[in-house]
Design a binder for this molecule. Sequence first.
Ligand code: FES
Length: 349
Amino acid sequence: MAAGSRAAGFAAAAGAAWLAKRALRTRIRRSPLWPLPALETPVSGHSPRRTLRATVVARTEAADGVVHLRLASPELPAWTPGAHVDLLLPSGLVRQYSLCGDPAETGTYEIAVRRAEDGRGGSREVHDRLAEGAEVQLRPPRNRFPLEPATRHVFVVGGIGITPVLPMLRALGPEADWTLLYGGRSRASMPFLPELARHGDRVTVVPEDEAGRPDLSFLSSAGPGTAVYCCGPEPLMAAVEEAAPAGVPVHLERFTAAAPAAGRPFTLELRRSGTTVTVAAGESALTAVRRALPDTPYSCTQGFCGTCQHRVLTGPVDHRDTLLTDEERTTTMLLCVSRAEGDHLVLDV
Ligand code: FES
């Protein structure tokens, strides 16, 4: 009896192994990357082509020049503190905004947008066109700024950079050891001050018109087990990186542009598609790839959203982004800002 069931077990295992082998052979046979198997998901781990629809169900002024929108739809996926979404604006512009609501509230996202008169138009469009009742399209949340476990969390934010940190503070709760330094131009321009006031002296508010620039010297005493999180203008993030002691992780959320994508020309073989394109000196690899493959997804075109991340099969890359980790750079690149270091690159595209 025991021998019989052992034999049946062996037969089942052999059958499963044969099926797995056959599935892999099929994947490999169909792959244009022969002898590599075809990839099942984009390297960035999400499908940028998927769009969601939601309705603006509430709109309030969170501070001078800052509008706070609540978006609702039963199809909105779950998210984690630090995540952002791409908002696909009616004009075709795509902009990234951190989610600042409560992840426990399913079917609802909240974003806050500061109007930038000298910006590229995205925030003006949000302010001028997204009234209550407006329909919006967005892409599913992605998180490049996740809350990692630590003994102590230190947050340093500037202005609208408070948005990804709000859900983190709620997730940490009152028992956790955390502090927040929140800088801005003036109290009137700083959103969510009433909510933050509930946390007492763990939050230090530094309006520049009253107290000048925030003093970051306290960061030098950050000890082992501390994690520093910063979101705000580039100079603030650079100063935080500078002030934190070596060995203390500094997590940054960037929504500003990387270096320009121009450089010397090179060729780009798109192995999966069986074609080669030339990237001219004054254009990005993304532009050249989209000439051959117009559906290639992208979003910010400035190296901070990760939508155009692709796998590199051959050739050294001149990485010009500040988004990818060192490990990611060994096998991938962002097409919108990075280029070949030499004359040729081969991509899994
Ligand atoms: S399109 Fe956003 S990183 Fe390239």
